[in-house]
Design a protein around this ligand. Structure first.
Ligand code: IVH
Length: 707
């Protein structure tokens, strides 16, 4: 071999080696891309993560290193490219090949019957139609264009015909695949859906904004919309958005099935998230049932929905039905009642509670929100008033979600005055302040007894200091003492208590038990018969439970659950009264603050004298030690109308068997006892697959247990 030939040979070998290395790299790169895509799919679409974050990060690192070493294998759809590109100057426009329509709305059952009738008439239908039902996600509509399985364009809905090009932004959203999985998808496939921000991500984002002193978003929808339209797509990527598909737009080539629901399942198989609550139902009745079901689980979902959408499932029928103006005839959205409305704060008044806490309450121009009319809303304390920068006559946004108490979300007038308003101006109200707007200030005197009001260090609330004489504090203590979860004295209403307290006929709790018919009947508008009814109820309340009695005393921070824990721990009144701090801290849920309140309460001599007196008037069964009780550790819920036992009897029974009785159904609920007309709690339990007993089944079960 000549020297030349040797060199030639050597070079060939080198080239071969290099080719081999590149070949291997190409294989490994594709392998890792598929692995990562598979993990993304499990995590974002199936919600079943399979590997640890660390392993995932390691794969990603390996991929990025290989792609840097072998730039010839760069791909725009590699999962390593989901980071968001550099900042853009603005968004260009995109013309939608197939218009992005909106939906007609139904607000009640009748609207739904009309919708179905219109369909039947139009296609002369005599059968029961199948509808696909989905939650109406509260985010922003998006179009994702896939060509040969690769994501080539993302766009907003815009006016339906033209939207904005947000390709870089959608590429940065974690659950949007850059290429489809599997096979069989049409050459051109436009996936449509909603981009939304899960409630958790929204809270975290606003917490961060609070810490950094930057702008907070009003709600998850605004946050999603603001995050998607970031000129720096890296920010979009950090915002933890999700996309969920609900239809397709432009389709070229074969591959799609013939019903809406089957197409959604196809999308899911190709790696696109669809909503887990999609369901097929029959006829309007099925739709209305679905609406009810979603209304009950709405607040437990991890994202906001503002209604449900019903679509004729069969694509042939959809085609025959067509469109009217900008909405299809084959679909409708059934909206939930608005959960947020604007109204005027006409006045702010201060209420005095049994512990002297002076609470500001806003009196509103009545407003219908979340299915009820709201005229009063608590403002909690003066810190909240300051947060809202509240003046009387300001326009505020009130929200009421499900069973949650109404809340003032924001002060539109204040935002307007400070020029920080995030939302479009509310056309129905003037937002600027005039001389009629009065700043809400903390009172210096108790609005009831005129006693001095102070704010203690470290407390958010102001308190009336006139503990012994303030009639508001006294009335509130009596109201609490007789309330349903305490001594449960039916018929002794709030007004009557206030009169008796004002007349000084009720000073201490034991005065209740020495009232006589004539004393009551002398009061305005009180007939002899009703007076006797009240006395009978007082008499009946003497047979009670120790837990109810402890709760009735109104010790600060000792609610039903704490009273129950105290009783189960110490078993009798004397031991509770004698417990020292160390012993109190051994009780479930009692921390140093509550322990101090309990100690302070029993230290006051007049309190312990009163308790001793009451203990001779009232009676309660002995408390048995809890260990080994049949229902220890279980959480039960009681709902609906019971006819054999009272609801409180059922609760007392369950507690005596060791169960905790909770107010609402959750996945931790063991059993629901449901009487007649049980509403949302029953449907929720059914959805969650929780055992439900009706009243008779419960009684049979009790008998067996106690046999
Ligand atoms: S279907 C032709 N399904 O609601 C049908 N829309 O009011 C087009 N939306 O712009 C829409 N969840 O952004 C459909 N499951 C869902 C939806 C949904 C939310 C939004 C969508 C649309 C608006 C129409």
């Amino acid at each position: 071999m000549t020297l030349d030939l040797f060199a030639e040979n050597n070079k060939n070998n080198q080239n071969n080696n290099q080719n081999k290395a590149a070949e291997n790299a190409a294989l490994r790169i594709e392998e890792i891309r598929k692995l990562i895509e598979g993990h993304n799919y499990r995590y974002y679409v199936l919600d079943e993560p399979h590997i640890s974050d660390a392993t995932y990060d390691q794969l990603m690192k390996e991929l990025i290193t290989l792609e840097q070493q072998f730039p010839q294998f760069y791909s725009n759809v590699s999962p390593s490219q989901k980071v968001g590109a550099k900042v853009k100057a603005g968004f260009s426009t995109v013309a939608h090949e197939v218009s992005m329509l909106s939906l007609d709305n139904a607000f009640n059952d009748q609207d739904m019957f009309d919708f179905s009738k219109r369909i039947d008439n139009r296609i002369n239908n005599k059968t029961i139609l199948k509808f696909a039902c989905e939650p109406k996600l509260d985010g922003i509509a998006v179009s994702l264009l896939y060509k040969n399985g690769e994501l080539v364009r993302g766009a907003t809905r815009g006016d339906g015909s033209t939207g904005e090009d947000i390709t870089e932004n959608v590429r940065a959203i974690q659950n949007i695949p850059l290429r489809l999985m599997g096979e069989g998808y049409p050459e051109t496939l436009e996936v449509r859906g909603e981009i939304y921000m899960p409630k958790k991500s929204f809270e975290l984002l606003n917490e961060l904004a609070q810490k950094q002193g930057t702008k907070k978003y009003v709600n998850p929808r605004n946050a999603a919309s603001g995050s998607v339209r970031q000129l720096d797509a890296r920010i979009t990527g950090q915002r933890k958005l999700e996309m969920c598909a609900y239809s397709v737009g432009l389709v070229e080539g074969e591959g799609l099935k013939q019903t809406h629901s089957e197409i959604l399942y196809q999308l899911k198989n190709w790696g696109i998230k669809i909503n887990e609550h999609m369901q097929i139902v029959e006829g309007v009745e099925g739709c209305l049932e679905y609406f009810k079901l979603l209304s009950t689980i709405r607040n437990d979902l991890g994202y906001e929905i503002d209604g449900v959408v019903f679509k004729v499932d069969d694509l042939n029928l959809q085609q025959r039905l067509g469109f009217v103006s900008r909405a299809p005839r084959w679909a409708i959205s059934h909206k939930f009642p608005a959960q947020e409305e604007n109204t005027i704060v006409e006045k702010v008044e201060f209420q005095v509670g049994r512990t002297g806490a002076v609470t500001p309450v806003a009196r509103l121009k009545p407003v219908f929100v979340g299915g009820v009319t709201v005229s009063n809303v608590t403002l909690h304390n003066m810190d909240e008033v300051a947060r809202l920068d509240l003046f009387e006559q300001d326009v505020v946004a009130i929200s009421r979600a499900g069973d949650v108490i109404p809340k003032v979300m924001m002060n539109l007038t204040s935002q307007y005055m400070q020029n920080t308003s995030e939302r479009e101006l509310d056309q129905s109200y003037e937002l600027f302040r005039t001389a009629n707007h009065i700043k809400v200030e903390a009172p210096t005197k108790c609005p009831v007894c005129e006693g001095k009001v102070i704010r203690l260090d470290g407390e958010a609330v102001y308190r009336c200091t006139n503990i012994l004489e303030c009639s508001a504090q006294k009335s509130e203590s009596f109201k609490h003492f007789v309330s349903r979860k305490a001594l449960d004295i039916d018929g002794l209403g709030e007004k009557l208590i206030e009169v008796l307290v004002d007349n000084k006929q009720l000073k201490h709790f034991d005065d209740l038990f020495s009232l006589d018919v004539n004393q009551l009947a002398d009061l305005d508008r009180m007939a002899q018969k009703s007076a006797q009814n009240v006395l009978d109820a007082i008499e009946r309340s003497k047979a009670t439970t120790l837990q109810r009695f402890i709760y009735a005393l109104g010790i600060r921070e000792v609610g039903v659950a704490t009273a129950n824990n105290l009783v189960l721990h110490f078993l009798n009144l004397e031991t509770i009264m004698l417990a020292n701090k160390e012993q109190l801290l051994e009780v479930d849920d009692i921390g140093p603050v509550v322990a101090d309140y309990i100690l302070q309460f029993f230290e006051v001599e007049s309190n312990s004298l009163l308790i001793k007196k009451l203990a001779t008037i009232l009676s309660w069964p002995d408390v048995v030690k809890q260990e080994g009780l049949p229902l220890t550790g279980q959480s039960w819920v009681v709902t609906g109308k019971l006819s054999i036992m009272s609801r409180d009897e059922v609760k007392d029974k369950l507690q005596s068997l060791g169960a905790k009785v909770a107010g609402s159904v959750s996945k931790n609920t063991h059993t629901l006892v449901a009487g007649e007309k049980a509403g949302s709690k029953l449907s929720k339990a059914q959805t969650l697959g929780i055992t439900v007993l009706d009243e008779q089944q419960f009684i049979d079960w009790l008998e067996q247990l106690e046999a």
